[in-house]
Design a protein around this ligand. Sequence first.
Ligand SMILES: Cc1cc2nc3c(=O)[nH]c(=O)nc-3n(C[C@H](O)[C@H](O)[C@H](O)COP(=O)(O)OP(=O)(O)OC[C@H]3O[C@@H](n4cnc5c(N)ncnc54)[C@H](O)[C@@H]3O)c2cc1C
Length: 433
Amino acid sequence: MYDAVVIGGGVAGCTFSSKLSEKGFKTLLIERKEKEKSGDKICGDGIGKDVISNLKTHFNIALSGNTIVHETEGAVVYSPMLKKVHFDSKWFLVSRPLFGKDLISSAEGNGAEILDNTLCTGLLLENNKVTGVRTKTKNYRARLVVDATGPFPLIKKCLPDNKYIPKTAGIFDSAVSYREIVSLKKPIEDKSHLHIYFNLEDIPMGYFWIFPKDNNTVNVGVGNLNTKNPVDIFKKYVKKLNLEIKSVKSAGGGIIPVRRPAPSFVLDNFMLIGDSASQCSPLHGGGIGNTIKASIVASDKAVSALENDGLSLKELWGYNSEYMHQHGYRSAREELTKLFVVGLGNEKLEFLFDAGLMNSIKQKGMAKLGFSSIVPMLIKQPVLGKSVFDYGKRAKAVEEHYQSYPETPDSFEKWLKKDNELFEQAKKVYGVK
Ligand SMILES: Cc1cc2nc3c(=O)[nH]c(=O)nc-3n(C[C@H](O)[C@H](O)[C@H](O)COP(=O)(O)OP(=O)(O)OC[C@H]3O[C@@H](n4cnc5c(N)ncnc54)[C@H](O)[C@@H]3O)c2cc1C
């Protein structure tokens, strides 16, 4: 019997296992890929400063010498008409395989048992409670099971019927993406910034990115809501932006959950962390930072739950409330922003760029669209102005709703009902089906 079995050796699974094993709990980490390739994930490879500091402070993980391959000074965001807005905030480009290696080595170094090359096929259930996991060859029993399998619902589908964790995802819940790491024939003009292109007609609520990794190597890709083939958009943008590709080092597609967080991350003896809990940003799809923040809260709660031998839904609930109060409210507001922007169209988006929207975001932060400073421009477009103010009111209501996420499971149903109402109403107003 293990104290914890963690399914998935990505960012969530490795950080969580690292903490639990460091605290002396008998931890098994099951990963379907070979250990050496666990970090080989289709990704934009961009991380913020917070990732590096949180890994160090909370998990004692220092990235090895070659993991960070490039440092940028910020990002340039392009409007549909290719107008530029600069953001100054350091981003680091990593070698994703080495990043994954750093994480899994930390878990292993702290004593977690790693079972790689092994697909977890389901859950063991007794009296409607999770008691362990299944693989093709063997079952493993545990006091706590953690689903850290990323965006695919295989494990969630095996959960007992419950009102806390949904088992399926809708069309507006996932973005499909395609990315290549390529060598260019000529050096990239501006390698000190990430380059992000918005165009709501070509890329329905998503963006095309070029992230420089050195003078000639870039991570290029596109993610969009599940409506258009990302490979077609990719080809169109490579042509449109005259990217002359010499050779392709890596290519592939991926799924990014882009909805507000799952309404609960816990059941009796069970936790979700990372993409499996929809903790990515619904706006830009970045998930490594939020996953680590979630893993900090989840591992902290798991350690005390294991110490006190109290692993019921009620006893694990603090992970839900703490994450929602500290971080989840931002993701919920970002989903609302996504729904608002999807309904705008390019012309209005261009107008908002011209009105200084991006500069306003720069001052107030990505998640909190700072509309107040663009009021003078909005007077010229009263209909858009009205919908912007309506968005502002809804965003405040969503934020307050997540700040009042219940401290215990007792009022969860009432909270969830209101959550669904807030988002269903917004979808109706913004014409999103
Ligand atoms: C194209 C793309 C670009 C992205 N770019 C960025 C970016 O630049 N910056 C950023 O912050 N985020 C980015 N993200 C999001 C980021 O990659 C995820 O949010 C992050 O990896 C989440 O970590 P995780 O541990 O939850 O999931 P993952 O990293 O996906 O790890 C899940 C692990 O579980 C394993 N697994 C799955 N099922 C099973 C099973 N049944 N049994 C055993 N093992 C299993 C998988 O092999 C995998 O190793 C991007 C995502 C995509 C798809």
